[in-house]
Design a protein around this ligand. Structure first.
Ligand SMILES: Cc1cc2nc3c(=O)[nH]c(=O)nc-3n(C[C@H](O)[C@H](O)[C@H](O)COP(=O)(O)OP(=O)(O)OC[C@H]3O[C@@H](n4cnc5c(N)ncnc54)[C@H](O)[C@@H]3O)c2cc1C
Length: 417
């Protein structure tokens, strides 16, 4: 049996006594989990227990392989070269180096399909799982209990469900949450008779979108939002309408004009919130007031501008006639494992997006609610827990992207003690 498929209990039996006490438990094996495991190994911290539902590169591989990247290929190559364990994996020859070939073959100054970045994640995941000191367990981290003891450093006792009823408890000094985020779904202020939500993740994939809409004809689809994802969905819908589905019409509901990332002298304005890459180029050519009317896009897309606060009337008027609507209004962190104190009190963690640490409301001596205190041993990274950055003009953003996760964790993880 390969080390990758052994159960957690069996792997722990195969390790030294230290195997029952981990230096870190990392939850999630998307780009952020890969980043954190790599950084902890770089600091010679092991053993590490690495827990994920699938070890398949996270959402970027599961859902976004067909999506054009909003970052240049060189940011992914820099990611793969940022740490010693990564460099060893991608240069060792064999399967993992092969997985990098396509990414290395394209112009580093251009974008690529996210599938190439996902293949890099698969290479790094497979390589890290095979390293001594990494115990990778497919399963769900369900619960973490903070074991605070005035006489010794705090620890977390975590419960991992490996499928079925098998739940294993282990102790760790550090619990690192890289648990990801999913599209935001807001309840609509109107009751729709015949209109159904179409998942943003489905609409982002041309293949899945095409099959989701294949049986409906004629068809009206509404897209709510002007985010990067909204533009990608409009692109996908337009390509479908102008090829195999000519009776498809799209209503685009937007509250503001399009915002683009701008390349300044050594920095990027709206680096995390503005349109970039293929989506930006397509939007400039087809969706701006001066290009829209001349573009073939206007034969299929109707633009509906409205103000914040006018949702009810706008949706009532425009969504009722659509069979589907897509909300492309951002991403929200996925649910966390249940966190609690040894006494059983639930812990709500508040992320410190400058240090990658958390705070919580600590019970004061008498048992009443106390002040916010540092939550020992809990850390976070990735799209769920990104760094807060301020650009030279004072704009505040959350830094989301492979290379940004890496820079953040490289900076803060030496303080994760
Ligand atoms: C449409 C889109 C396009 C993007 N394009 C780019 C781009 O071009 N360039 C770029 O750099 N970035 C891009 N990003 C941003 C970012 O890099 C990705 O969102 C990235 O996939 C986030 O990685 P993550 O590891 O934080 O989360 P995820 O990839 O979601 O990984 C989280 C993992 O944790 C697991 N998990 C969660 N909870 C538990 C638990 N309790 N127990 C066990 N496992 C658990 C999940 O199963 C999952 O595997 C894009 C994002 C989106 C949405």
């Amino acid at each position: 049996m390969s080390p990758h498929s052994r159960s957690l209990a069996a792997q722990r039996r195969g390790m030294s006594d230290r195997g029952t006490q981990y230096e870190a438990v990392v939850v999630g094996a998307g780009p952020a989990g890969i980043t954190c495991v790599g950084n902890l190994l770089e600091r010679k911290l092991s053993p590490i227990l690495w827990v994920d539902d699938a070890f398949d590169g996270g959402r970027v591989n599961r859902l976004y392989r067909e999506v054009p990247s909003n970052t240049k290929v060189k940011t992914f190559l820099d990611f793969a070269e940022a740490l010693t364990p990564f460099r060893e994996i991608v240069s060792a020859g064999g399967k993992q180096e092969g997985r990098m070939r396509e990414l290395k073959g394209v112009d580093p100054e251009k974008g690529c399909k996210l599938g190439m970045a996902a293949d890099m994640c698969l290479a790094l995941t497979e390589g890290l799982r095979g390293l001594p000191g990494v115990v990778a367990t497919k399963g769900r981290l369900e619960e973490g209990t903070l074991d605070e003891n005035p006489r010794s450093p705090s620890q977390w006792v975590v419960k991992v469900r490996e499928g079925g009823d098998a739940v294993t408890s282990v102790r760790t000094k550090r619990l690192v949450l890289c648990t990801g985020a999913s599209p935001t779904i807001e309840p609509l202020p109107v009751e729709l008779q015949n209109s159904r939500p179409l998942e943003l993740d489905t609409a982002l994939s041309p293949t899945r979108l095409s099959s989701a809409l294949s049986s409906q004809s004629p068809l009206n689809v509404a897209v709510i939002g002007a985010s990067h994802s909204a533009i990608l969905v409009l692109m996908n819908l337009y390509h479908l309408a102008s090829s195999s589905k000519p009776d498809l019409r799209i209503r685009w509901l937007t509250r503001h004009s399009l915002r683009y990332a701008e390349y300044m002298d050594g920095w990027i304005l709206r680096d995390n919130t503005g349109l970039k890459g293929e989506a930006a180029e397509w939007a400039r050519q087809n969706l701006e007031p001066e290009t829209f009317k001349q573009s073939d896009v206007s034969n299929f897309i109707k633009r509906i501008d409205y103000e914040a606060g006018d949702e009810e009337g706008t949706y009532e008027e425009n969504l009722q006639g659509c069979q589907f609507y897509v909300q492309a209004i951002g991403y929200r962190p996925d649910p966390l494992p249940k966190l609690k104190t040894r006494g059983g009190k639930e812990i709500t963690p508040y992320f410190d997006n400058e240090r990658g640490t958390f705070t919580y409301v600590k019970e004061s001596e008498g048992g009443s609610v106390g002040d916010l205190a540092r939550l020992p041993g809990l850390y976070g990274g990735g799209i769920a827990f990104p760094e807060r950055v301020v650009d030279p003009r004072g704009n505040v953003e959350h830094a989301v992207g492979f290379w940004k996760f890496m820079k953040f964790v490289q900076r803060v993880s030496p303080g994760w003690n």
